[in-house]
Design a binder for this molecule. Structure first.
Ligand code: GH3
Ligand code: MG
Length: 457
């Protein structure tokens, strides 16, 4: 996993030093000698992470960072401030400007590489999500950039795992000023608590009495429900090795004791903001996946989904020696409904038809809109006899109860014809299964409609 790192510093010797260390670890390095240059490079999306000197003439690092984070095109690029200033107040200033992390000059090699690696992972993940979400932006789903730029990172749900009363009794009220905070003093309950609580941030003390805080972090990383929840570790100042280990296993950020109030709040906000942004991206991806497999009018699966899923179902049935039934349903004289009552009335009928289908099938059955007014239902573990019963029941559910149209002011009779087929042998092509159901449907139409016809074996 390699990334392109932008090193920004007005002193050439500093640039050279960082460049050499990063290159030795196979990172790709670009450099800028001032803030304006750095902004241009970021704007052209030519880097993954920025290492930013604070004290520069013209535009200082804080300002560069603020601008990067205010720009929807660049706000997701992780920024590490590299600074000789190391008071909590300086760090808070940087965090408020939106910095993701700090390195103190002189920069230790190990810490530099650990941080850059951890941010690279983060950046890769966000890029991947952004890329997948682009499709949904294109079809009109709101891009999360604007919200992300304006999110202050307050009002998050935080779980603090800390077994020292003297510590959590101080930290919890501080955090409660901006967030909803729960305290879990019992580390062996913490993972369960975290998985159940839908948190935006876990804060984990690494100095727990009888429990390895890092183990908890690593468990949280591997558990599905907590995998994406950011972790902020609180460590004792003398334990650098454990912190590095933590970063390797996926701890997102850390604080050293004694914990500075403002730094705690600023780091919590940064993590929560980032969490919301990636969540939002993830939702967009989920949404576009759903759109891609769902029919917009009826909410049933669409043809594309059915065709790929039917193949899987048929294979499963074949290999397990179970039956599989398929029916094609087609509304009778649907064109006449459109012609008489209008296209909207036709849509009402299609929607209501889908509702009745859903009511009459099992959870494991697969229903989809195959096209226009034609629907397909796939029924695993169902033989011909049962399938015929289900189809007949469905036919009656349609013919037996008129359909409401024009906002319920009118009711019209609707009937359907159904063609049925079952998997004949292991390995039979899905195409043939569909074909035989279609032929049966044709016969149902030909024989007078409003009826079920099973394909000849
Ligand atoms: P048959 O009994 O032989 O199936 O006759 P039919 O009129 O149902 O079949 P035909 O294929 O002639 O007409 C289907 C009509 O369905 C034509 C098309 O305009 C209409 N249709 C297709 N998709 C939609 C839709 O999404 N909404 C509406 N309202 N009508 C649709
Ligand atoms: Mg029809």
């Amino acid at each position: 996993m390699s990334a392109r790192i932008l090193v920004v510093d007005d002193i050439p010797a500093n640039v050279k030093l960082l460049e050499a260390r990063l290159s030795a670890e196979y990172f790709d390095v670009v450099t800028a000698a001032n803030g304006a240059q750095a902004l241009e490079i970021c704007d052209r999306a030519e880097c993954d992470i920025v290492l930013l000197d604070v004290m520069m003439p013209d535009m200082d690092g804080f300002e560069v960072c603020r601008r990067l984070k205010a720009n929807p095109k660049t706000h997701f690029i992780p920024v590490v401030m590299v600074t000789a200033l190391d008071s909590p107040a300086d760090r808070v200033r940087g965090l408020e400007a939106g910095a993701d992390d700090f390195l103190t000059k002189p920069v230790s090699d190990v810490v530099l590489i650990a941080r850059v690696r951890s941010l690279t992972r983060l950046k890769m993940m966000t890029d991947e999500l952004r890329m997948r979400a682009i499709t949904s932006f294109e079809i009109g789903v709101q891009a999360p950039e604007r919200e992300a730029v304006n999110d202050l990172g307050k009002g998050g749900r935080i779980l603090l795992v800390d077994d020292r009363p003297s510590s959590y009794e101080r930290l919890a009220p501080l955090l409660a000023a901006e967030h909803d905070i729960d305290v879990e003093p019992n580390p062996s309950e913490a993972l369960f608590h975290a998985a159940e609580g839908n948190y935006d941030l876990l804060i984990v003390s690494l100095g727990l009495e009888n429990f390895d805080g890092l183990r908890l972090c690593s468990q949280a990383r591997s558990l599905e429900r907590t995998r994406h929840v950011p972790i902020l570790a609180i460590a004792d100042a003398d334990n650098n090795a454990r912190l590095l280990r933590g970063l390797e296993i996926g701890v997102n950020d850390y604080l050293l004791r004694p914990v500075d109030k403002n730094e705690l709040l600023a780091r919590a906000r940064t993590q929560i903001r980032r969490r919301r942004y990636t969540d939002h991206l993830r939702d967009n991806v989920q949404h576009s996946i759903e759109m891609a497999i769902t029919d917009g009018l009826t909410g049933l699966h669409n043809r594309r989904y059915m065709e790929s899923h039917l193949a899987t179902l048929a294979e499963q049935a074949g290999s397990r020696g179970k039956p599989l039934a398929l029916m094609i349903l087609d509304i009778d004289f649907f064109k006449a409904i459109n012609d008489t009552y209008g296209h909207d009335a036709g849509d009402d009928v299609l929607r209501e038809f889908a509702v009745r289908i859903k009511k009459s099938i099992r959870g494991i059955d697969l229903a989809c809109r195959y096209g226009g007014e034609e629907f397909v239902i796939v029924m695993p573990e169902t033989d011909l006899q049962v399938a015929q019963m289900v189809a007949e029941r469905l036919r009656r559910a349609i013919a037996g109860e008129p359909f409401a149209i024009e906002k319920g002011t009118k009711r019209i009779a609707v009937t359907i014809s159904i063609g049925l087929s079952t998997l004949e042998r292991k390995g039979e092509a899905v195409r043939d299964l569909l074909k035989r159901a279609d032929t049966a449907l044709y016969r149902a139409k030909h024989d007078g409609r409003n009826r079920v016809v099973a394909a000849a074996a």
